[in-house]
Ligand binder design. Structure first.
Ligand SMILES: [Zn+2]
Length: 292
């Protein structure tokens, strides 16, 4: 491994015929969103019986037959029916025909990182030695398989996660995903098997915005007027829990919406996680009836 200055990186970029980087480094929101969805799917699948099928466990979004994007085409175009028919992961992260309820902003890399190169070599799968390229049966024509990666180490970045019109179990699912993220179990970006993308994070602030003053962690189900409406959308009934500590209200002059800052973040997750537990129990109860 060799240390590289930004000037050296620029020089190498020019040698390769690329323009030197003029923008600061950043992590695209989509690169954060993907691993969060994958971790959500893992959590859901690990809690549902192995034989559970659509829509009682997370679908494979790339499955051209059994993925929600394909299956939801059969619904009659009414959005609420599509939502009711989607799998738990697609209900939050969306799929073709159903908008996502969660979004991640691009995250600028903050200064103070180490800029290094990592050199790697390809392995010949037959001999176990260094690949010399060109001689294999796969049709490769390179002269060896040396790879050089530019890596930023010890970086920090901040993203904002926005969830709109959520069900409480979706917040509960995020409680589990964020806990895994805090423990470094959600790698981000390219080359995870090469050891890249290891990241740990923490939630530093939660703000809630509602059309009226709130004393409870309200969610879309608790705001619906009747049981028939909840059933139409397939909303999981769950009583909105009160806050452990009253949130701090910001007075920004726009009185139709109240935006409040959650003062006790661990309490917020502790209040929302049981909603996901209850939702999973309900899925487990329903799955065998509908799929056998
Ligand atoms: Zn799905």
């Amino acid at each position: 491994m060799s240390r590289a200055t930004e000037k050296e990186i620029e020089a190498e970029s020019r040698q390769c015929g690329n323009k030197p980087p003029i923008m600061p480094f950043y992590v695209p929101g989509t690169s954060i969103r993907g691993p969060f969805r994958a971790q959500s799917e893992r959590i859901i699948r690990s809690l549902l019986p192995e034989g559970a099928s659509h829509p009682y466990t997370a679908c494979d979004p790339f499955d051209q037959v059994l993925g929600c994007s394909e299956l939801l085409k059969k619904e009659d175009g009414v959005t609420r029916k599509k939502y009711a028919a989607a799998c738990p992961a697609c209900k939050l992260f969306g799929c073709a025909g159903l908008a996502s309820r969660i979004r991640f902003t691009d995250a600028d890399i903050e200064k103070g990182y180490s800029s290094v190169y990592r050199d790697m070599i390809g392995i010949d799968r037959f001999t176990g030695g260094v690949s010399t390229g060109g001689g294999g049966g796969s049709g490769s024509k390179g002269k060896g398989a040396n790879m050089r990666f530019h890596v930023l180490e010890n970086t920090t970045f901040t993203t904002t996660v926005t969830v709109t019109n959520f069900e409480l179990w979706q917040m509960g699912l995020l409680a589990y995903v964020f806990r895994d993220f805090e423990e470094g179990l959600v790698p981000i970006g390219f080359g995870k098997t090469k050891g890249f993308g290891l990241v740990k994070g923490e939630i530093t602030e939660i703000t809630l915005s509602y059309p009226e003053a709130l004393t409870h962690i309200n969610h879309i189900g608790s705001l619906m007027s009747n049981e028939a409406e909840r059933a139409d959308y397939g909303i999981h009934p769950y009583e909105a829990p009160p806050f452990g500590n009253p949130p701090v209200q910001k007075n920004d002059g726009f009185s139709l919406y109240k935006t409040v800052t959650v003062t006790n973040i661990p309490d917020f997750w502790a209040k929302t996680a049981p909603a996901f537990n209850g939702y999973v129990k309900e899925l487990v109860r329903q799955a065998p009836e509908k799929t056998t």
